[in-house]
Design a protein around this ligand. Sequence first.
Ligand code: SF4
Length: 147
Amino acid sequence: MKIYSIESTIPVYTMSITSELSGIPIHSIRQYIDKGLIIPFKKESNRNLFSQVDILRLKFIHKLLVDDGLNIAGIKTLLSIIPCWAIRKCTAEEREKCQSFYSNTYPCWEASEKGTICKNTNCRECEVYRIVENYPDVKSFLKTIIT
Ligand code: SF4
C-alpha cells in the first residue's frame, strides 16, 4: 500500500474547494457519495469534508466513468470483487455472517450486515476501502487482486 503523509489524509476541504481542486462538478461528487463510491468525513454539523487522498479517489472514480466508459453500477461491481475477507483475514464463521462475502453488486462498506472485524472499523480508514488510492487504472488494480 502506498504510504501517504498524515497531512494528506486529514479532511480539510469543503465540497466546493474539493470540486475546484479535483475539477469534478459538485453534483457529480454528491452522486458518488450517494452511490457509496466515496465516504466523506462528516463534521458534527453534517457537512462533508475531504482530504487530498479523497481527491485522488474522486479523480480515479471520475476517470473510470469519463475515460474508461464504466457506469456507476460497473464501478460498484468492480469494487465488490475486492476480496476484503482475505485482506482482513476473516474466519469462515465471520464470512457466513457478512453480506459483502456474497454480493456482486456493491462494495463491502455498503453491506448492511458485516462480520465482527468490520463492525467496529471506520471504513474510511480501512485498507480495503483505501485500496483504489494505489492504482492509476483498472487493469493494474485487477492485476494486484488476482495475482
Ligand atoms: S471495515 Fe468496511 S471497508 Fe473494511 S472490509 Fe470491513 S466493510 Fe469493508
